[in-house]
Design a protein around this ligand. Sequence first.
Ligand code: HEM
Length: 52
Amino acid sequence: VSGHTFLLHDGRARNLLEAVLWHGGEAQPARDAVVAATPDERAALIRFLESL
Ligand code: HEM
């Protein structure tokens, strides 16, 4: 209805960027790199994830 998607085990992430930002543990450095990335780099990452 609202156009959301539901990702991760419990559906708590509403889109791919949220799913990436919920990561921790071994994924923490990758998550932090996404936070530090430019908007263009983040958009390129999301395009890549959508292509999978
Ligand atoms: C930049 C892209 C991503 C990278 C580099 C990445 C990397 C990782 C890594 C290293 C882990 C293991 C973390 C740990 O427990 O130590 C992990 C867990 C996981 N990832 Fe990703 N991931 C990415 C994107 C995604 C996306 C887009 C989704 C969902 C749509 C996803 C779903 C999950 C799930 C469900 C787990 C298991 C979490 C848990 O055990 O509680 N990941 N990821």
